[in-house]
Design a protein around this ligand. Sequence first.
Ligand code: BGC
Length: 543
Amino acid sequence: MTDSLWYQDTVFYELYLRAYKDSNGSGSGDFRGAIEKLDHIQSLGVDCIWILPHYPSPLKDDGYDVADYYGIHPDYGSLDDFRAFLAAAHQRGLKVVIDLVMNHTSDQHPWFQAARQDRHSPYRDYYVWSDTGREYAGARIIFLDYESANWTYDEVAGQYFWHRFYSSQPDLNYDNPAVHEEMFNIIRFWLDMGIDGFRADAVPYLYEREDTNCENLPPTHAFLRKVRRMMDEEYPGRVLIAEANQWPQDLLPYFGADGDEFHMCFHFPIMPRLYMAIRRGNKQSILDILAATPDIPAGAQWLTFLRNHDELTLEMVTPDEREWMWQQYAPDPAMRSNLGIRRRLAPLIDNHKGKWLILNSILMSLIGTPIVYYGDEIGMGDNIALPDRHGCRTPMQWDDSPNGGFSPAGATYFPVNADAEYGYQRVNVAAQEDDPNSYLNATRFLLRVRRQHPELRQGQLIMLGNDDPAVFGYWRVLGDRRTLCLYNLSAEAASFSLDLRHYVGQQLVDLLHQGQTWRIAEWPIVIRLRPYASHWLHVRSET
Ligand code: BGC
């Protein structure tokens, strides 16, 4: 693998600056604080940090409403602080990817302010307007809990403007070449600063066309390919990542027919199916989505995750499956948001260590480049009393001092979680440091084993055939290296017979439970799986 393909073989860490570490007592995390915590990030064994939007913003959508693409939100510091963060991360060999919000701006962006005030302003055409608000009726509403239409009437402009998300986020008009120019300038600005790539937000929605659902349209792909071409020519080795919450067959075009669009796409649909499988004790949903996942071009890669800063999205499941997921994982309607579930990983799985290990072991060995969401490495909880998706964005819990060591301020942007099970007094980095059985050390351990075993990252994926719906297994094979990843998805013990005659004379070593070995002989090995067991069984010569 060449250096320019670094993104195919890494682990990402998703960092929410506001929540991470407050260096100046403002009650909000910032870049200087994040620098202080790079030791922690590095200690996990991740290779790349993705930071959520850091731009000046009225924060109606937590920074996904950008008011200035060239700056830093004053709560987070200055451009110099950003540069210092980037340099400090790079010094440790950590890459940094930033969010790029292309589809829309904040309504506070000077472009929109100029546009709404004057029909003849050159900025009017930066946005999408209508006299009737009736066009593009085929487009769905995404923020169903908050918006009733994709058009909002603006009194100042005397027209309706188009928005796919909050009405405080007017969509940019990509039919206007000046918008392309602006975006290219923004992209070059940050790449010149030395970042390693972009997570491009909400890319399916750039263009609108009548009689379509206004998603994944050909001109959208054409523009995105133009961005990629420029990056390849001017900034080789940087990565372009698509956030497109779509079915696998609709995702494939985002890689480009010749691998000439995005380097990486988030694989959204696999995520809810991991939760389905572990609740049902049945692997079928995972097998189905893997079967529906197409091969991707050489040089491309999936990004996989268990949780992120948004709701656990149920857009890419059937209505029946969604209902079932809500019943199982969000019995309290307050746990639901839009078409999803606004809870964190640990509470979703009832803080169950076995389930945690299965989900994380699958994440670290199945397909793609995994992402760890900040706080999930210590099993942080959520706070559903907070509105929207904020319940999963509470301050990082560093120790058991006031505010969990996050901030010396009297009041923080949102309170640190202090509940009995997941509060900072119990769940924090310091407490987990020395506990070999903690989530923190389990995360480090999984990442270390993954790093030591290239077959887990790059190997061919071969599903293990067997009849027990609860026993889920797959081989990862790279040259003569082979590891069988094996899980019992149910609360019942299972046993499994494995015919490994081809490898007689070698042994099977469990990478997840050191010391467990089996001699491989002419006859099948019987492997007994405890409830919710995880094993990575590596074939190794006896010497
Ligand atoms: C981001 C969300 C954001 C939306 C609009 C997304 O997909 O992940 O947090 O609200 O785009 O920008």
